[in-house]
Design a protein around this ligand. Structure first.
Ligand SMILES: [Zn+2]
Length: 66
């Protein structure tokens, strides 16, 4: 998989993101939890390469939480 094909769910308020894998049910559950934790925030799915500098990865924490 090319890096540019990887997508991430990012919160623009908290400057946090998690990498997402559309084919994985675990990833989809983790994304649901991410969205819930960031409800009322500006959350968007973006290409991995579009994530701004200084954004913190929460991928591992969310995958471990589901
Ligand atoms: Zn947030």
């Amino acid at each position: 998989m090319r890096m540019m094909d990887i997508k991430a769910r990012a919160c623009f308020n908290c400057h946090e993101y998690m990498a997402i894998n559309a084919g994985s049910t675990q990833s989809q559950a983790a994304m649901g939890k991410f969205d819930k934790d960031h409800s009322r925030h500006m959350v968007q799915t973006v290409a991995f390469g579009e994530i701004g500098h200084g954004y913190r990865s929460k991928t591992r924490q969310y995958l471990e939480a589901v």
